[in-house]
Design a binder for this molecule. Structure first.
Ligand code: ATP
Ligand code: MG
Length: 396
């Protein structure tokens, strides 16, 4: 029996003239995600995506490819489906055979039929009724329940063939990466920034990760943890260019020369954003993404955010801004970053922090202090210059 993965596109189908570009980005991503797991053919017709194994290796990896495709943004829903001729007897026999396990496990069921090919002799209602009748005869323990069935059989008669499957699984949704452009992601080892990354990638944004570390105050294990987070994100976002910024010299200079210690956090945030802007320039990014959430800590009050935003011209996207920790944590669990994020390693943002950081910093003071730190810009440029680069590829 021939089996394929049948997926739908969702929101992308509303994109009018740009639809072709979205589709081609999505198909390219799906093909890349199936790489190394046999020979797969990926094509689209009538707003469905057909992902088909073309050799034995591919067939043996169907489950894995299905799981990978479920994490591709732009895929609204997907299911594994049996393919057969557009012939009623075949459709009936294939449904009974292919869905045997699910039908045996269910007490109640219903059949949903869709006829895209209007030349097929039975209309949707007739097909559903006929097929339901046949399955009741073969599986005598079953009862029909159209409102709340244990299992739904879906029969679709499409242009080239008929497809049989159970309920569709929800896909990752959103838009394919990088159909919305590229942004520099400020990635820490915490819970919030990987979630922010995922939320923006879902809107089709390609991400370039920028991580600041201050060895020896921050350890190699802390850096390894952040790299692991980036690796988990690649399963959703595709390959991630990753910049490790050695931030020690600039951060020590800030600590040693800043006239008022309660301004340390906001001054450091400005400094980090300036460096991120340099990387954004190099990588042709059109925005910056952070995991900030309003009022979560002193550096995330409106006054502090205003002071940070003012250092550069790109939009700063903060998808977690209106979320509380519970909501952010729920997403972190769902996307697989939570367990790594809670490993207890230090972050450069939490070293040298003053006991009472200023919650309402003023631009006038910030500028006054920067005026007496003449070497800061040079140290920032050096940090960007010495950044270590790696292209992180999806490994699962
Ligand atoms: P999380 O670290 O999960 O984002 P948090 O509550 O620890 O949450 P902060 O430490 O205040 O947040 O940092 C706010 C944001 O600044 C982070 O979401 C991230 O975007 C950025 N950030 C913090 N530390 C770093 C770092 N070491 N490198 C790059 N970006 C960072
Ligand atoms: Mg953090």
């Amino acid at each position: 029996m021939r089996e394929i993965i049948l997926a739908t596109m969702g929101e992308m189908t509303l994109k009018g003239l740009n639809r072709k570009a979205f589709e081609s980005t999505l198909l390219k991503t799906l093909r890349r995600r199936a790489d190394g797991l046999g020979n797969w053919q990926v094509r689209t017709a009538q707003s469905a995506i057909y992902i088909e194994p073309m050799d034995e290796t591919a067939r043996q990896h169907t489950r894995q490819v299905f799981e990978r495709c479920a994490k591709v943004f732009g895929v609204a829903a997907l299911s594994r489906a049996a393919v057969c001729e557009k012939d009623y007897a075949e459709i009936s026999a294939t449904a009974a055979d292919y869905l045997k396990e699910e039908l045996l496990a269910a007490k109640t069921f219903k059949v949903k039929a869709r006829r895209a090919d209007k030349s097929f002799p039975l209309n949707s209602l007739e097909l559903a009724a006929e097929l339901g009748g046949d399955l009741l005869e073969k599986y005598t323990h079953l009862k029909v329940d159209v409102h709340n069935p244990d299992f739904t059989v879906v029969a679709e008669v499409r242009e080239n063939a008929a497809y049989l499957h159970g309920a569709r699984q929800k896909g990752a949704g959103g838009l394919p990466v990088p159909s919305s452009g590229r942004a520099a992601l400020m990635l820490s080892g915490g819970i919030d920034s990987p979630v922010a990354a995922w939320l923006m990638a879902k809107r089709g944004l390609g991400l370039v990760a920028v991580h600041f570390a201050s060895p020896p105050y921050t350890s190699p294990r802390a850096a390894a943890k952040v790299r692991t987070l980036a690796e988990i994100l690649t399963e959703w976002c595709g390959p991630i260019p990753y910049y490790y910024i050695p931030y020690t010299a600039a951060q020590e200079y800030l600590r040693d020369t800043l006239p008022k210690q309660d301004y340390f956090t906001v001054m450091m945030r400005r400094s980090m954003l300036r460096i991120t802007r340099l990387i954004a320039e190099r990588e042709q990014c059109e925005a910056v993404v952070t995991g900030e959430s309003l009022a979560q800590v002193a550096s995330q009050t409106l006054s502090a955010l205003a002071c940070t935003d003012a250092v550069q011209d790109l939009p700063v996207l903060r998808p977690c801004i209106g979320m509380d920790k519970v909501e952010i944590t729920d997403i972190a669990r769902k996307i697989g970053t939570f367990e790594t994020s809670i490993q207890p390693y230090e972050d450069c943002c939490t070293i040298f922090t003053p006991p009472h950081p200023k919650t309402k910093p003023k631009m006038i003071d910030v500028e006054r202090f920067e005026a007496v730190m003449p070497e800061l810009n040079t140290l920032e440029a050096e940090a960007a210059e010495k950044a270590e680069f790696e292209l992180i590829m999806p490994c699962k």
